[in-house]
Design a protein around this ligand. Structure first.
Ligand SMILES: [Fe+2]
Length: 237
């Protein structure tokens, strides 16, 4: 079970327990706002590919990853948003708010990074082209050097959590490979173009603990047209 899954279950259990005991403990609940606050409701994005056709990653793995782990992140994001909308921030205990904001950031990052991950998988091998191919050569020296760093970042996250992220940094007008040890470590001010999920749930069902084999399969399954689309959008930021 992932960190997000655990947190989602904890939030769900907490909400249920709170509902059962609400009458008896009403006076102990955190201060709540009197006015209605709009709550953003996230909806899981459907898979844009046929999971049966992705070489190197099984359909069962991709479906479970999408329908459970990614969906749990979206549920968590919505559950935390509903809790935050009820609070009176001038009176809530700082520790309580701190936990919710921590979970909100992790769930939001996990949601965004997973959506780019699934959109970045191809049913057939592709190669980078156009402006993105030029930028990869410009900022990393060559496509091979970019790939070597990206793969090495993935292998450095052997503990079963984290992300390797190719991103465009508008501040510096260039590409970077970033290493995130968990969902809370996404780069500030950069736009993710391609993400590789290094959480155990992304590969263990197919590859066990053989992280290198999973990374090799992922690198063969990149849908570069999606990264190119995101790059064109990011350059307008
Ligand atoms: Fe994941």
């Amino acid at each position: 079970m992932t960190d997000i899954s655990r947190r989602a279950l904890a939030v769900g259990a907490g909400l249920l327990a709170g509902a059962v005991a609400i009458g008896a403990r009403a006076q102990q609940m955190p201060p709540q706002v009197a006015t209605a606050v709009p709550v953003l409701k996230a909806t899981p994005k459907p898979l844009t590919l046929n999971p049966e056709k992705v070489k190197g990653l099984s359909a069962d793995l991709l479906r479970n990853h999408h329908d459970k782990d990614y969906a749990d992140a979206v549920k968590m994001l919505n559950a935390v948003g509903e809790e935050l909308a009820k609070l009176d921030f001038s009176a809530v205990p700082p520790g309580k708010l701190g936990e919710l904001k921590r979970d909100e950031q992790a769930a939001q990052n996990s949601t965004v990074l997973h959506e780019i991950y699934f959109d970045g998988l191809a049913e057939a091998p592709t190669q980078p082209a156009g402006l993105l191919a030029q930028a990869l050569s410009r900022d990393f020296g060559s496509l091979d050097r970019w790939k070597a760093e990206f793969v090495c970042i993935g292998k450095s996250l052997a503990s079963g959590t984290g992300w390797a992220i190719l991103a465009y940094a508008p501040r510096d007008k260039r590409l970077f490979n970033y290493r995130a040890e968990n969902d809370s470590m996404a780069p500030a001010g950069a736009v993710p173009l391609l993400t590789m999920d290094l959480y155990e749930h992304a590969y263990a069902a197919d590859y066990g603990t053989d992280l290198a084999k999973y990374i090799e399969a992922f690198m063969q399954a990149i849908k570069w047209t999606n990264a190119e689309r995101l790059y064109r959008e990011a350059m307008r930021v």
